[in-house]
Design a protein around this ligand. Structure first.
Ligand code: PRP
Ligand code: URA
Ligand code: MG
Length: 214
């Protein structure tokens, strides 16, 4: 597991702004901070990938350079994942993209219990590729687990990475148990989940903060 907040850095400013109830009123800034964290996580993740060397022609000669060995697919859970996706795409600009419509739907009988509803999924072939699954909030982990398994119908990736900005200890433990083959890239692991399965202290509802209440 990689944890961005483990070492002090400028990323701490971005995460602090995401949490701040006053700064949250500025949706543009909220989305941009998500995007900036996406760029940082993507850069850290890129250091672990495999590269091949090739020759690049410059105006003055030949330079040895590195190119990613395997294609990258960025798969993002709507809505809240969109700004984080943009950050990853800024770094992995040649990536293909997958999108999944998933949200926490409520049961009629029990207000606090929820089921992950998934009503849209589109993806390129994933066979042998580097799959990066993107969602800023890892609360119970049920959305990410469900989406990961749904994506496998598009092929078996060579590697799968999961990127989230704010995680709960419960969600991390759930994913490590259920899909241990996926490597986690996280901004912060917070204290706990509350009764509504929201992350505490967390940031609130990431989708609403980025795009408005639904
Ligand atoms: O780990 P989990 O317990 O599954 O919860 C996390 C999910 O909840 C949020 O989506 P939400 O249902 O709020 O949809 P939205 O992006 O449309 O706001 C978030 O973006 C995750 O997808
Ligand atoms: O804390 C949480 C949990 C799920 N989804 C969010 O947006 N925030
Ligand atoms: Mg939401």
């Amino acid at each position: 597991m990689f944890l961005l907040s483990q070492k002090p850095s400028i990323a701490d400013h971005y995460i602090a702004e995401l949490r701040d109830v006053n700064i949250q009123k500025d949706r543009l800034r909220f989305r941009r901070n998500m995007e900036r964290i996406g760029e940082l996580l993507a850069y850290e993740l890129s250091k672990t990938l495999t590269y091949r060397t090739e020759q690049t022609e410059t105006p003055l000669g030949q330079a040895t350079s590195r190119q990613l060995l395997q294609p990258v697919v960025l798969a993002t859970i709507l809505r809240a994942g969109l700004p984080l996706h943009e950050g990853f795409l800024n770094m992995f600009d040649k990536a293909d993209n997958a999108f999944i419509g998933a949200y926490r739907g409520h049961h009629i009988n029990d207000e606090d219990e929820f089921e992950v509803e998934m009503d849209y999924i589109t993806s390129p072939d994933l066979t042998g590729k580097i799959l990066i699954l993107i969602d800023p909030m890892l609360a119970t982990g049920r959305s990410l687990e469900k989406v990961y398994h749904a994506l496998l119908r598009f092929g078996i990736p060579a590697q799968t990475h999961i990127a989230a900005v704010i995680a709960s200890p419960e969600g991390v433990a759930f994913l490590q148990k259920r899909i241990p083959q996926c490597r986690l890239w996280l901004g912060s692991v917070d204290t706990r989940l509350n009764e509504q399965y929201y992350i505490v202290p967390g940031i609130g509802d990431a989708g609403d903060l980025a795009f408005g209440e639904k």
